[in-house]
Design a protein around this ligand. Structure first.
Ligand code: PLZ
Length: 446
């Protein structure tokens, strides 16, 4: 296996533990955090970062951790990726903000052109930029509503779309995202997903017809503005729907004048071994929502879609003070260049192959399912011999990994999914070492 150094700065690419995790300096900072930041803002692993890049995160105590999280699928090209860092510095020196709605600048237009070129489909497209994934999802709904002059929005079981009022309504999981935060936005309806591991052999088209039946009975196509779906669910558990599920839904949307919106906030930008997850099945969404991996950690998101749909809102109907901030746009252009020039789509595919083969070799009966695509892989943990979710084991594995200097995240409606989202700048030796650590943990936790 070759060493992969894209985006890796001069940080030693090693797992190095010099204190227990979290170390004394991190613990002190965590005490200050508790006294200054509200309890509602949780932390998965309270080690305080001083540097990160390639495949590692270095903390204030000088521990160097292997990063299997990428800040939740954001630092796809690597943290402090050289092109991104240089583009950000250069743009910050030129100007930091004018507000694109006041006096525009070309970086915004170039990001729009790049997204129109890269997203699925060759039709005429337009792109509008925002700050966060949730904000972009909200705007996709606004655009679909003005285009269709309909109001209802359908989302799916296990969906995650954000934490704002509309996107909380669209998100399925109560804790921690919704509990106590209602009332939620109206006209949001939920349909059943294709979840191959728990669906017992229901194929994609059949699962789609089940969802369509729910939609037709409970909403009616004539009332439906948009169907919003993550092509692979992120927070919901890295659920890859059965083949043909998405395609059947797209066909039904086309036939019924419903806007098909792909939420590729987590799956976009090479993460899954294609530029976008829709590309795996040749699915062409009417609108595609992107964020996270788009700008290497700078806050940027986008809605890209068919020109005739995107142009439905009146002049001045879309915007926001910071949307398409020039520094974030400069970062996005550097990210896109890095993905294309460094072959990161292929790199994601190779990382996925390494991860899946190795996880399969664990031969562990508590791993009920190994799934995902590219560098977006998860294991669903269950009680041996059953499909009963094992959230306790999942927590224990994650905690042990953290203790040993491996950053992993959990997800899933039942809290029993361990997910792996390494930056694509992760060198092979660290990827393998992270998997070694996991294998030993599964052995130790018998
Ligand atoms: N759509 C598919 O994955 C963000 C959420 C972390 P924002 N996922 C991480 C947390 O606990 O808040 C996400 C996503 C999909 C939308 C969003 C929302 O993106 O940039 O967090 O608003």
């Amino acid at each position: 296996m070759s060493e992969h150094t894209t985006g890796g700065p001069a940080l030693p690419q090693e797992r190095r533990l010099v204190t227990s995790i979290p170390g004394p300096k991190s613990q002190e900072l965590q005490r200050r955090k508790s006294a200054s930041v509200p309890t509602g803002v949780g932390t998965t692993l309270p080690v305080y970062t001083v540097a990160a890049g390639g495949g590692v995160i270095v903390d204030v105590d000088d521990n160097s951790l292997i990063d299997f999280g990428s800040g939740i699928a954001v630092t796809t090209v690597g943290n402090s990726s050289p092109r991104v860092a240089a583009a950000v510095a250069e743009q910050a020196q030129a100007f930091t903000h004018t507000c694109f709605m006041v006096t525009p600048y070309d970086a915004y237009v170039r990001v729009a052109e790049a997204l129109n070129r890269l997203t699925p489909g060759t039709h005429d497209k337009r792109t509008v930029l925002f700050n966060s994934g949730a904000e972009a999802v909200e705007n996709a709904v606004k655009i679909a509503r003005t285009h269709t002059k309909r109001q209802a929005v359908v989302v799916f079981d296990h969906a995650y779309h954000g934490r704002t009022n509309l996107t909380m309504a669209m998100t399925s999981k109560n804790m921690p995202y919704k509990s106590g935060f209602g009332p939620f936005a109206s006209e949001v309806y939920r349909a059943p997903l294709s979840y191959p591991y728990r669906d017992h052999g229901v194929d994609g088209p059949t699962a789609a017809r089940r969802a369509i039946d729910t939609i037709e009975k409970q909403i009616g196509a004539d009332n439906l503005a948009a169907l919003v779906i993550e092509p692979i669910q992120g927070e919901g558990g890295f659920i890859v729907p059965a083949d043909g599920f998405l395609g059947t839904l797209v066909e039904w949307c086309r036939a019924n004048g419903v806007v098909f919106v792909a939420d590729e906030v987590q799956t976009g930008f090479a993460r899954t071994g294609e530029m976008f997850a829709c590309d795996h099945e040749g699915v062409v969404p009417d609108l595609i929502v992107t964020a996270k991996g788009i700008a290497g950690g700078l806050p940027l998101s986008a809605v890209t879609g068919r020109a005739e749909i995107m142009d439905a809102p009146h002049v001045g109907g879309l915007g926001g003070t910071y949307g398409g901030n020039p520094i974030a746009c400069a970062a996005a252009l550097a990210v896109i260049e890095t993905i294309e020039q460094d072959g990161l789509v292929d790199r994601a595919r190779n990382i996925g192959k390494t991860m899946v083969e190795r996880l399969q070799s664990f031969g562990d009966a508590r791993i009920g399912d190994i799934r995902g695509r590219g560098a977006m892989i998860a294991v669903e943990l269950v009680k041996t011999g059953t499909t009963e979710p094992d959230a306790d084991l999942t927590k224990a594995v994650a905690a042990a990994a953290h203790q040993q200097g491996l950053v992993v995240l959990t997800c899933g409606t039942y809290g029993n999914v361990l997910r792996f989202l390494p930056p694509l700048s992760m060198p092979d030796h660290l990827l393998v070492e992270g998997l070694d650590v996991l294998e030993q943990i599964f052995k130790d936790l018998r």
